[in-house]
Design a protein around this ligand. Structure first.
Ligand code: SD4
Length: 318
C-alpha cells in the first residue's frame, strides 16, 4: 500500500507527481518533498513559497518542516527569506542530530553554505495584494490576517515508511519574526511509521494550543481510525478554545495511518484537500463538519476550474 494526503486544493498537482513516484516503488521522503516543492514553485498560490504573501514589512518569511516516521528525524526552518524551496532545506536539516531547527539568518546561512537555490520570493502580484490589503485595513477595519493556506502532507510508501511535511508563508501581514504551528513538531505535523501521521492548517496560535497533530497520532495509536481521530481532536480543541477563550481560530487537519486509511476534519466552511493512494486516483475533496462528523464531497470540475481561474485572474491595484 502507498498513499499521500494534503491540505487544500493547491496540493493536487504535487500529489499527482508524488503518486507516480510512490507507484514506482519510490521513497516517502522523496515523494513528499517533490509534492511540496510543486506547491512552493507555483507563483499563483499565495501562501506557500514563491508568490507567498509578505509580513507587515512586506518581506516574505517562510516556515517549513520535514519529519521521517521511521527514525523520528526532523528538520525545520522558520522565518527564512530568499530561498526557493524551504522544504528541501528542512529535509536536509532533518539529517542533523543537533541544530536541526534553524530560524531567520541562521537558517539562511545554513542554506547558503549547503548550496540551496537563492530566490527573491516576493512577486509583483504579492506586492499588489499587500498594497490592497493595507488600503482595506485602513479603510474598513478588516482583520489583516485572513487568507492563508498552509500546505501540510502525510505520505506512506510501499515499504511502510511514512513522512510528514509542511510549507507556508504563515499569516498574511504577520509581525516580522512571527512563527506559526507549521514548523513546530506535534502542532503543524507529526508522523510515526508504526501508527500514522497528521498535519494542520489554520490559525497557528490556536493549533499549537492543542499540539493537535500529535494528538491525532496519539488517538490513532489508541486504535482510532484517522477520520474519527481527526474529528475528535478538532471538535475537542474547538470546544475547549470556545469555552475558555470565547472563540476558536481556523483548525483543519489531515491524517493517514500506516495502512493508507485517511481522515480529515475542520471547523471551517470550504476546506479542501487532495489525496491519492494505491487504491485511489489523485482526488480533490471539499469537506464540511455537520454535527461533529465531517462529510467529504469530491470537488466538481466546475469548482476546480473556477478555483484556478480566481487564483490566476489579473490583479489590479485598488
Ligand atoms: C500559520 N498555520 O502560520 C499557519 C497558517 C495556515 O492556513 O495554515 N494557514 O499559523
Amino acid at each position: 500500500m502507498w498513499g499521500i494526503i494534503a491540505t487544500w486544493r493547491m496540493a493536487a498537482e504535487g500529489i499527482s507527481e508524488a503518486s507516480e513516484i510512490l507507484a514506482n516503488h519510490g521513497d516517502a521522503g522523496d515523494a513528499i518533498e517533490t509534492a511540496i516543492k510543486a506547491v512552493e514553485d507555483f507563483e499563483y498560490y499565495k501562501s506557500v513559497g514563491y508568490g507567498g504573501l509578505p509580513n507587515e514589512e512586506m518581506e516574505v518569511e517562510l516556515d517549513a518542516a520535514f519529519m521521517d516516521g521511521d527514525t523520528f528525524d526532523m528538520g525545520a526552518v522558520a522565518a527564512i527569506k530568499d530561498f526557493a524551496n524551504p522544504i528541501s532545506i528542512a529535509r536536509r536539516l532533518s539529517q542533523e542530530k543537533v541544530n536541526s531547527m534553524l530560524v531567520a539568518e541562521g537558517a539562511e546561512k545554513f542554506a547558503h553554505k549547503e548550496g540551496f537555490e537563492r530566490k527573491n520570493m516576493l512577486t509583483e502580484r504579492a506586492k499588489i495584494h499587500f498594497k490592497n490589503r493595507m488600503k482595506e485595513v485602513r479603510e474598513q477595519e478588516i482583520k489583516p490576517y485572513s487568507g492563508h493556506d498552509t500546505v501540510g502532507m502525510v505520505c506512506l510508501d510501499e515499504f511502510g515508511k511514512m513522512t510528514s511535511a509542511t510549507s507556508t508563508s504563515g499569516l498574511f501581514m504577520k509581525k516580522k519574526g512571527r512563527v506559526g504551528d507549521s514548523p513546530i513538531v506535534g502542532s503543524g505535523f507529526y508522523v510515526d511509521s508504526q501508527v500514522g501521521g497528521a498535519s494542520a492548517t489554520g490559525l497557528g496560535e490556536d493549533l499549537m494550543k492543542g499540539c493537535i497533530s500529535y494528538e491525532i497520532v496519539r488517538l490513532m495509536k489508541e486504535g482510532m481510525h484517522p477520520q474519527a481521530a481527526c474529528e475528535k481532536a478538532v471538535c475537542d480543541l474547538d470546544r475547549e478554545l470556545k469555552q475558555r477563550r470565547g472563540k476558536a481560530g481556523d483548525l483543519s487537519l489531515i491524517a493517514m495511518n500506516h495502512k493508507g486509511e485517511w481522515g480529515v476534519a475542520t471547523n471551517i466552511e470550504g476546506f479542501s484537500f487532495a489525496v491519492a493512494t494505491a487504491l485511489q486516483e489523485p482526488t480533490v475533496y471539499l469537506t464540511k463538519m455537520i454535527d461533529g462528523k465531517c462529510v467529504h464531497e469530491v470537488a466538481s470540475q466546475e469548482w476546480l476550474d473556477q478555483y484556478m481561474k480566481t487564483r490566476m485572474a489579473p490583479l489590479e491595484e485598488k
